[in-house]
Design a protein. Structure first.
Length: 227
């Protein structure tokens, strides 16, 4: 059994390959997360961090190299397999929360569980548990419009972890928040990660937040190195 929750080996990605406008975004990226590890991905704007996260989360395919999630090589897996792994093993958090506005905080966390076949009672219990961890269980029945920006993002974290993934991928998860709220929300994210035992790769420009993670790596000129 592999000790890696996520491992990318020799990953390459070029857009418009073969044309004069070809852009080589990733040039043999190697990055891995051990189980329970939280890693900061630091990158200048336009370096390809979103591309890297999309490949890691099976939303995009590399031109070369391999992607392993929870010990399984899923690089060339068929679409159905990739969809199953993405649903069961990967959680995504973006800079904007993308909550469904017509549903409550609780329901936003319940829905992905129902899609995975979890009974409604179990899904409600899981949603309540996660909301309690991030400190907003009292807001469970509020719709997103009635929540603050920080509360909305905490619900988004809970939704990403609803199905018990092995890996959390977050792309500037506090980027839309003011410094004080950002600190509170990041603390909630770290509590969730630690209490659920998953691994996380978190892209951020905030070096203070990056320093609070287990390790930092830098993506620059298409390659990853220790930050």
């Amino acid at each position: 059994m592999s000790d890696f929750a996520l491992r990318l080996s020799g990953v390459t990605k070029t857009y418009n390959a073969g044309s004069p406008a070809a852009v080589e975004v990733l040039r043999g990226v190697d990055v891995s997360l051990t189980k329970g590890e939280v890693v900061a991905l630091v990158a200048p704007s336009g370096a390809g961090k979103s591309t890297l996260l999309h490949i890691a989360g099976l939303l995009d395919t590399p031109d070369g190299g391999t992607v392993e999630i929870a010990g399984s090589d899923v690089t060339g897996a068929p679409d159905r397999k990739r969809t199953t792994v993405r649903r069961d093993e990967v959680g995504f958090v973006y800079q904007f929360h993308h909550l469904l506005p017509e549903f409550s905080a609780q329901e936003n966390i319940v829905l992905p569980q129902l899609a995975a076949g979890v009974p409604r009672g179990d899904a409600d219990a899981r949603a309540t548990e996660l909301l309690e961890i991030v400190g907003i269980a009292a807001r469970a029945h509020h719709r997103p419009a009635a929540l603050s920006g920080g509360e909305q993002q905490r619900v988004a974290f809970c939704r990403a972890l609803a199905n018990g993934p092995s890996v959390l991928l977050a792309d500037e998860p506090t980027g839309n928040l003011d410094p004080g709220t950002s600190d509170t929300v990041f603390a909630a994210l770290m509590t969730l990660v630690r209490e659920t035992g998953l691994s996380a790769l978190i892209a951020t420009h905030n070096m203070e937040l990056a320093a609070r993670m287990d390790r930092q790596v830098r993506l620059e000129q298409g390659r990853v190195s220790p930050a």
